[in-house]
Design a protein around this ligand. Sequence first.
Ligand code: GLN
Length: 243
Amino acid sequence: MLSVCHLYPDLLNLYGDRGNVIAFLQRCRWRGIPVDLQEVNMGDNINFSQIDFLFLGGGSDREQNLMAADLGKHRDKLAQAIDDGLVVLSICGGYQLLGQYYRTLDGKEIPGLGILDHYTEAGEKRLIGNVAIEMELDGRKVKATGFENHGGKTILKDDVKPLGKVLSGYGNNGEDGYEGARYKNVFCSYLHGPLLPKNQELTDYLIKQALKRRGMEEKLTAIDDSVEQSANERMLKRLIKGA
Ligand code: GLN
C-alpha cells in the first residue's frame, strides 16, 4: 500500500494543483498498486513515517502566509522524512515554502522551512505563461510542459539542483535558465497545468521512487499514454522552434 498525503488541500490548490494527486493515485490504481489518500489541514497531526508521497501545491501570498506558521510546526519531522528519502512534489508557493524565505513585493518576509537551500523574492513583473523544460529522469532527458504564474523569483544555492532547464518560458526567475529544484527525493517546480497529468513520465518516476523506498517491486506495467504524449508533443511544437 502506498500512502499519499495532500497537505492543505483547501489552501494550496491553485490552477488545479490537486490534479497532481489524482494523477499519482490513478496511475497506481490502473496498475493494481494499492494506494490511499490522506488530506491534512491546518492544525492536523501528520505521521510522516506512514507517508510515501507528499504533495504541497501553490497558493497566493495570502494563503502562503496563513499556513506558513502551521507548516513550521511540522518542520523537523518533515526534514527528517525528507532526509530518509520521502518522495515530495511541491509546486509554486509550496516550493517557495520549502526554501529559506519568500519576500513579498512590499518587503514582508514569509519564513520558509529552510529544508532546501533556496530563497525567493518577489519581482515587479509577474512571470506568467506556458513553459517547456528538459529534465533528467533515470539518465534520460525528458521534456515537460506546464503553466507558470508567479511573482516570486527563486534562486537556488549550492547544494540544490534545478529540476530542469528552461526551453521556453521563465522558470525559477527568468534569468538563469533553470526551473524548479531537486534535492534527494524532493521535486519542486513552478509548473501548474497541473504538472503530473500532463507529464506522465514524471508521475511514473515519482511512483517508482516511492515503491523503491518501501522495498516494493518498482517495475511498472505500461499504460497507453498516446493521448498524453500527443498533447505534450503538440505543446512542445507550439513553444519550441524545431521541436
Ligand atoms: N505567492 C507566490 C508568487 O506569486 C506563489 C504563487 C503560486 O503559488 N502560484 O510568487
